[in-house]
Design a protein around this ligand. Sequence first.
Ligand SMILES: *[C@@H]1O[C@H](CO)[C@@H](O)[C@H](O)[C@H]1NC(C)=O
Ligand code: SF4
Length: 578
Amino acid sequence: MWLFIIVFVGMLVMETIRCSAAGEKVAAAQAVAIAPSVPVEENRLVPRVENRDGYWVLREEFRAGINPAEKIKLEKDPMKFFVEKEIEKLAKIPFAEIDSSKAGKDDLDTRLKWLGLFHRRKHQYGRFMMRFKLPNGVTNSEQTRFLANCITKYGKDGCADLTTRQNWQIRGLVLEDVPAVFEGLERVGLSSLQSGMDNVRNPVGNPLAGIDPDEIVDTRPFCKALSDYIISSGKGNTSITNLPRKWNVCVVGTHDLFEHPHINDLAYMPATKDGVFGFNVLVGGFFSPKRCAEAVVMDAWVSEKDVVPLCKAVLETFRDLGARGNRQKTRMMWLIDELGIEEFRSEVEKRMPGGAVLQRAGKDLIDPNWKRRTFYGVHPQKQPGLNYIGLHVPVGRLQAPEMLELARIADEYGNGEIRITVEQNLILPNVPTEKVSELMKEPLLQTYSPNPTPFLANLVACTGSQFCGMAIAETKARSLQLVKELDETMECSRPLRLHFTGCPNTCAQVQVADLGFMGTMARDANKKPVEGFDIYIGGRIGADSHLGDIIQSGVPATDLLPVVQNLMIEHFGAKRKA
Ligand SMILES: *[C@@H]1O[C@H](CO)[C@@H](O)[C@H](O)[C@H]1NC(C)=O
Ligand code: SF4
């Protein structure tokens, strides 16, 4: 028996851009209503995983051709380290002893990522990066102080990052300290669970949620509810920790689209249906070395109370049906392509709790003509007499002493709350107007400027070769230097977003930048191999979002300045300073 896919041509227009690791010319394909060329076999809709003693396991008949990560999950479910407290035992074993067996290496380098622990084998052997869940990017002075104190003891090996998912990351951790860190995290209301590998990442929302005079909806309760579901409020939800690949979700609350819905696997867009407030649904957006896809319309609307149930239904569809072969083809969009969007939607509908019928899309509330705001500096909140202050954190990197200062300032001038943006910057909310001028005199604001120079203001850089084993190029120090030189020599009447990423994994999302730089090996004038960059141009965010294309490949890092100056003049109307 065959099930045939019905596709309403013209119902959706999807733009897929394939980007290649080799840096070849990017081909943009306009495709209308993707229909799978082969009809979906009934057998294809059989769930591939099943619940065994509380853990979800890939069934025997679906194990042919699976990728190495799937094998590691089959050998031992990584969540056992948390649920069955095995981490406490592991932390007592000498590192070298763990690292002497294949199973031990898999624990260190792969399974611990389910607990938010990333071993930096190549650049910081024996050290871990730790990542959290921080729904909507809302943190506070107590958490900031705790994280600062965690890294202080690691000296120059310890530091913290703000991530492109509105999140903290800390670096330098050694395994024996992990059990104590877990205890502390619980005390300050943080969790690091399910933050790496085949898990749901931090739910992103409007960084100005609840304080924004122009917001459509406060995204915080939705992000919190999603996060509580995803990690079972800190206990770990083993029903959704064996996904085919990582998975991102965001809830949009502003016309500015600060949340970047187009690059999330699931995005909730504010919309009304028959006068009731709720969300339209976008699915499938992602970046990877081999392919970058923009989210597509699922033609569905959910009320506020169905935000979590819909997330659950989409996630379970992906978990049950997603491919687990070639790792480059396991993100959710590949499943959507394979099934076709209508069949995918019907599988989601089947998984709605209580067999609820999924409504068709409602009326979008996003204003397409809205001009994206900037949040640097002082802005009045929706609460009279209170302000939020946007602060720039150069390439999102912080050291413990600055974090402690930040915590003090948040307590002294605000209510202790701190927000993180997906551009790796900070927002200090709830500052009474009469305290603003004192706050502006704080020495910390020399480092985290409320008024950064134009090109520095919108710089994003991934970790790069300092700590990341995948990196082909150094990003943070280099981009800061370049941007400093650009700010000294160039001026431009519009803001320019410059993104630096160390390799084709594009964590810094070069495809959404005005000018994006992706690490690659290049050759210098003497044909010697050197670090270099492929340059992307024309990425746009917001209502008319668009993924950028490569304009120049293999530019040696040392030649960047003049090349970038020329691109800025040619494409963005920049001028050299007199
Ligand atoms: C964990 O996830 C499963 C699968 O989506 C869901 O049915 C369950 O309700 C979740 N648990 C909690 C406590 O949210
Ligand atoms: S883009 Fe590459 S180098 Fe940069 S953080 Fe991601 S994996 Fe590492």
